[in-house]
Design a protein around this ligand. Structure first.
Ligand code: SF4
Length: 362
């Protein structure tokens, strides 16, 4: 590892951060354990998701799957159901695929170091470093969004924040800083500082334990770091969905594994093209994706709003009647006719869940 920092600066930062963390850290459920499996689950859930959102999901997940063996042996549908609402469902599928690999190829033994963790599906350098340092005491570096911001400010690292040169520099700083003793606490201290003090919505420098060593603070304008990338607006989509009910059962399709909301069970439907009426869009989509002709009836849930991370949508749901052909899965992995009782056990996209709540009221 390349040494970048003066040893007294390194020691001073380590001491200040560790002392602060030990007196100020939030009491979070995954901080009460050293079980690598539990820490792994928490780290996967925390990717792109707020701490407060993750806590109840983490508790329910570990109650249902307390060990890697329990997760490996569970039906995928049960795993996705417990993930419903947390988003980025690929994380759940990777987690279970990795658990199955651990059970099958490593007799249930979890990896013993950061490098071996990285060989599992869905585990990148950040997650591997977090698990290895927190659960195994390995001085492995981590670099998530919070740590990037903190290090960019302490060391005034300039250049586009997502650029490869800056990332390389930040990884090198993180590796140089992580101590041999208490690396897990130190890494969590960096993340905690980013979450609570050196925040994305502005740094709270007067409360910061490292302000005397922070070059951004010394500059008088710490918000100049990290360098912002021009923001992109979240696109908005207009979509339609069809409720086909036959004999008390509703038709759902399972979305393809790879891609947005992969593996979830949805109402058949899709995006409306410019100039198209909603019934025409439904006819087109049912014909191309299920190979059937339909007659759209009444609008059952018009204008349901929902926002996913990458886009927001307005969803118009119609009751539809099959008028020709038998539904076949052309776009979906599978189709299924389900009763309302069966539906509550399936993982369904949140926008569709809103529609179902409106349309299937008893
Ligand atoms: S002094 Fe301010 S800018 Fe520097 S690390 Fe602390 S909160 Fe961030």
């Amino acid at each position: 590892m390349k040494v970048l920092l003066d040893s007294s600066l390194r020691r001073g930062l380590q001491r200040a951060l560790l002392n602060w963390y030990r007196s100020q850290a939030r009491d979070l459920p995954w901080r009460r354990t050293h079980d690598p499996y539990a820490i792994w689950v928490s780290e996967i859930m925390l990717q792109q998701t707020q701490v407060e959102t993750v806590i109840p999901y983490y508790r329910r997940f570990l109650l249902a799957f307390p060990t890697v063996g329990a997760l490996a042996g569970a039906p995928e549908e049960k795993v996705l159901k417990l993930w419903e609402g947390l988003g980025y469902y690929r994380r759940a599928r990777h987690l279970q695929a990795a658990a199955r690999l651990v059970v099958k190829a490593h007799t249930g033994q979890l990896p013993a170091d950061a490098q071996a963790w990285q060989a599992l599906p869905g585990v990148g350098a950040y997650t591997a470093g977090a698990i290895a340092s927190i659960a195994l005491g390995e001085p492995a570096p981590i670099l998530d969004g919070n740590v990037k911001r903190v290090l960019s400010r302490i060391f005034v690292v300039s250049g586009p924040a997502a650029g490869s040169v800056v990332l390389k520099k930040l990884w090198a700083l993180a590796a140089d800083l992580v101590p041999a003793k208490a690396p897990g606490d130190f890494n969590q201290a960096l993340m905690e500082l980013g979450a609570l003090i050196c925040r994305v919505d502005g740094p709270r420098c007067p409360a910061c334990p490292v302000r005397k060593k922070c070059r951004a603070y010394a500059s008088g304008d710490p918000e100049n770091w990290p360098q912002r990338m021009p923001g992109k607006r979240r696109p908005h989509k207009t979509m339609v969905a069809g409720l086909v009910q036959v004999g008390g059962k509703l038709l759902l399709g399972q979305r393809p594994e790879n891609g947005l909301l992969g593996g979830l069970w949805e109402l058949p439907g899709g995006e409306v093209k410019s100039g198209e009426t909603y019934p025409a869009a439904l006819r087109r989509i049912f014909r191309s994706e299920l190979g059937v002709d339909i007659e759209p009836g009444k609008a059952a849930a018009p204008g349901v709003q929902h926002a996913y991370t990458h886009f927001s949508l307005t969803l118009h749901a119609y009751r539809v009647r099959l008028s020709g052909g038998t539904p076949r899965a052309r776009f979906h992995q599978a189709l299924r006719w389900v009763t309302p009782g069966q539906m509550v056990r399936l993982a369904v996209p949140l926008a569709d869940r809103k529609v179902l709540r409106i349309c299937l009221k008893p």
